[in-house]
Design a binder for this molecule. Structure first.
Ligand SMILES: [Zn+2]
Length: 311
């Protein structure tokens, strides 16, 4: 009996020691892990704050530059401004006669890579400001209404690429012709309108195509397609993405000192910031003193091309 009681007691002691050991080990693990977890949480918070700070400083930079522009423009106000100029400082309408555009800064907004899930919102915004634009589109199934809306609302529907895969578009002359023909047919089948304007993927001066570029240009002119590059870039396709104020600022700076401005932008599923930036641009120009008009590209527009056919 006594032996039995002793061994029971020993068992009981062993169990208690085991439990204590486990408790100590758990406590050690807990106290070692705790600071690490706290560090990770703090790191996350620091990162988030950094991102917020960056955004705030971008907004601030933008506000600063627009304020500077305002100060400059009040300085130029000292020269007498005619009443007519003050009244029509910002005109959002398409004038019927090309000659009426004289005296205005003519802005051709161009949107590549659409349609996208944001095309309707973009078209609504353009409507709101009575601005016309040009869309250089891809073949995107399920967007028939958007292609038609672009045409019906008086914008120019240009073509960009069927699939936008450089290795296929620029594989050789044949690959290029196939791509252009495919997007041309795709767009005219949906809208009933034959496109007149084309934008090269990567622009006409891209270095991806290794063949003779004159052959590409000849093919386009045989198809009665005029290719358009740009002289103002929003940089909205920069990897990592710019904030709406950075994009707006790029556009506003690019517009300075030019009478005819072809602005490169994108209508894509990951670029809502472009639409937000455009609204800033509209508002900023609306409050400016310059006479501005937003036009679709037509055969009367100034042709902006980065390369020309070599003679
Ligand atoms: Zn593109």
């Amino acid at each position: 009996m006594e032996r039995g009681e002793n061994s029971d007691y020993n068992e009981f002691r062993k169990k208690r020691v085991k439990i204590f050991k486990r408790l100590i080990v758990s406590a050690m693990v807990f106290f070692i892990a705790l600071p690490n977890v706290i560090c990770l949480v703090l790191l996350g918070l620091v990162y988030k704050t950094n991102v917020n700070l960056n955004n705030i400083s971008n907004e601030l930079n933008f506000l600063k530059t627009t304020r500077v522009e305002k100060v400059e423009s009040t300085e130029t106000m000292s020269t007498p401004v005619s009443v007519e100029n003050v009244d029509t400082d910002f005109v959002f309408r398409v004038l019927s006669d090309a000659e009426e555009y004289e005296g205005y800064k003519r802005i051709y907004l161009t949107f590549d890579d659409g349609p996208s899930r944001y095309t309707n919102e973009l078209l609504d915004l353009l409507n709101e400001y009575n601005a016309k634009a040009t869309f250089f589109v891809l073949a995107q199934d399920g967007y028939d209404d958007e292609y038609k809306r672009i045409v019906n609302e008086g914008h120019t529907l240009g073509i960009h690429s069927y699939k936008h895969v450089y290795s296929e578009v620029y594989s050789d002359l044949n690959g290029f012709e196939n791509d252009v023909n495919s997007i041309y047919d795709y767009v005219s089948n949906i809208t009933g309108v034959n496109p007149s304007f084309y934008r090269f993927p990567g622009g006409s001066s891209n270095t991806i195509y290794k063949g003779d570029k004159d052959e590409l240009l000849d093919f386009l002119s045989e198809k009665d397609l005029v290719y358009y590059d740009w002289n103002v870039t929003s940089n909205d396709a920069t990897s990592g993405g710019l904030s709406k104020s950075q994009i707006a600022n790029n556009i506003l700076r690019g517009l300075e000192g030019k009478d005819d401005c072809v602005v490169l932008m994108h209508d894509a599923n990951d670029k809502h910031s472009t639409i937000e930036a455009l609204e800033i641009v509209f508002q900023s120009l609306q409050n400016g003193e310059e006479k501005v008009i937003f036009l679709p590209i037509t055969e009367n527009s100034e042709v902006i091309q980065h390369i020309k056919r070599s003679e």
